[in-house]
Design a protein around this ligand. Structure first.
Ligand SMILES: NC(=O)C1=CN([C@@H]2O[C@H](COP(=O)(O)OP(=O)(O)OC[C@H]3O[C@@H](n4cnc5c(N)ncnc54)[C@H](O)[C@@H]3O)[C@@H](O)[C@H]2O)C=CC1
Ligand SMILES: CC(=O)[C@H](N)C(=O)O
Length: 373
């Protein structure tokens, strides 16, 4: 037996003990080969290793996309500015660079990722790097690399260093053969995009690492997220963000989905709060590791009608993108999130009217409801 494999075998055997019960705490081969000295004695359940009063040291991957900067701001209010590190392969604009720690990290570079975790004493990792549904279909090989190989790196680093790991999944993890209205947590998942396939893979790998190695993996299936101060990164639900920019700037919007396409959506404040709530939930309250979360569902037509109440001259036209429409047609209409509501008391705050008022206020529109309403 070659020396490295023999070492892995010996360390693996040492870690397999009767106290482990049905869990096996031997770590993945890469972890053992890389740093056997860092394997905690209580590798069964890593999250138990820091007390409730400790502030986590947080790393966000892919943090310069639509959601990451908002997440960093939110977590910094809770845990302190210097305890939350944003990372991405992109160069941050000045105001983000000035607002707190922000570093380069390519999730495809395993050693770089490990170095960041070690050097900064990271305890929680939010893994946001991904190629979304529409851009993923346009570049399948890059989506495979970032969404699958990158995830493997993150999982291995997380288990090796006992991190609590959050990976967002999506409504895109379901497909045309899933029940669509509402879509339960556990049902057929046969998505037809590389994005969806990679997210089902992430859900299953995270849950597997949880059961096999005790990784404290937590995952939410996000609806389409609507944010005011950040641009979406190439998804099918992007229209529901762009409509506000165009309504305020030009008074009109050309939508790339059909008027009747109903999809689950959520305002970013609800999304970020749900993310922190599930990360802070006591492990014993979680009956599962991947939860649906739901807020509202609407069609482009209904969204336009709501915008119209604030901007009476607003006009919407349709120029359907067949690739995006095909993706949307296979996605849920709404998610059944009763498990999240029961286990960790999830509750959304924003429905369609509050969403539209908030978005238009942010964009500086005069949001007086039209007299005619
Ligand atoms: N925005 C939404 O509506 C939804 C988002 N999600 C999930 O939430 C997460 C964040 O989403 P967004 O911020 O919208 O995505 P985004 O597409 O706006 O940002 C993704 C970021 O990943 C970075 N990235 C790409 N390759 C990388 C690499 N090799 N190493 C490190 N970073 C890399 C990109 O530079 C980008 O800043 C994703 O995992 C996405 O699947 C899930 C459902 C809905
Ligand atoms: C719902 C998502 O995951 C994302 N916004 C996309 O449309 O790809």
């Amino acid at each position: 037996m070659p020396a490295v494999r023999m070492l892995q075998h010996v360390v693996g055997q040492l870690l397999l003990g009767p106290a482990c019960g049905c869990r096996t705490s031997a770590l993945p081969a890469r972890s053992l080969g890389a740093s056997p000295w860092q394997i905690p004695a209580n590798a069964n359940f890593h999250s138990a290793s820091f007390s409730e009063t400790d502030r986590p040291r947080v790393l966000i991957t892919g943090g310069l996309g639509q959601l990451g900067v908002g997440l960093a701001n939110f977590l910094r209010k809770r845990f302190g500015k210097d305890n939350v590190i944003l990372s991405d392969i992109r160069k941050p604009p000045d105001h983000i660079f000035q607002s707190g720690p922000c570093i380069y990290s390519d999730i495809l570079d395993y050693k770089n990722l490990r170095e960041i975790v070690v050097n900064n004493g990271i305890t929680w990792l939010f893994h946001y790097s991904a190629l979304l549904s529409a851009v993923g279909e346009a570049n399948v090989s890059l989506a495979k690399a970032v969404n699958i190989t990158g995830l493997h790196n993150v999982l291995d680093v997380a288990v090796e260093h006992g991190l609590r790991l959050f990976v967002p999944s999506t409504i895109g993890a379901f497909g045309p053969t899933s029940p669509r209205d509402p879509t339960p947590d556990l049902c057929v998942q046969r998505p037809r995009t590389i994005y969806g396939v990679s997210k089902v893979h992430a859900e299953l790998m995270g849950e597997y690492y949880h059961h096999r190695y005790g990784l404290d993996f937590r995952c939410l299936r996000y609806p389409g997220i609507i944010s005011a101060d950040s641009q979406p990164g190439g998804g099918t639900t992007d229209y529901a963000v762009q409509i506000f920019h165009d309504a305020v700037k030009n008074g009109k919007f050309e939508c790339n989905l059909k008027p009747s396409t109903r999809l689950p959506m959520m305002y970013i404040d609800d999304c970020l709060r749900a993310t922190l709530e599930v990360m802070e939930a006591p492990a014993e309250s979680l009956s599962m590791r991947t939860y649906n979360i739901n807020a509202m569902s609407f069609t482009p037509e209904e969204l336009a009608q709501e915008v119209h109440k604030h901007i009476p001259e607003f006009q919407i036209t349709y120029n359907v993108d067949s690739a995006r429409q095909a993706i949307a047609d296979g996605w849920p209409v709404s998610l059944d999130d009763s498990n999240a509501r029961k286990d960790w008391k999830w509750k959304h705050d924003f429905d369609l009217p509050e969403l539209v008022t908030t978005m238009l206020n942010f964009h500086g529109s005069d949001t007086r409801i039209a007299q005619a309403n």
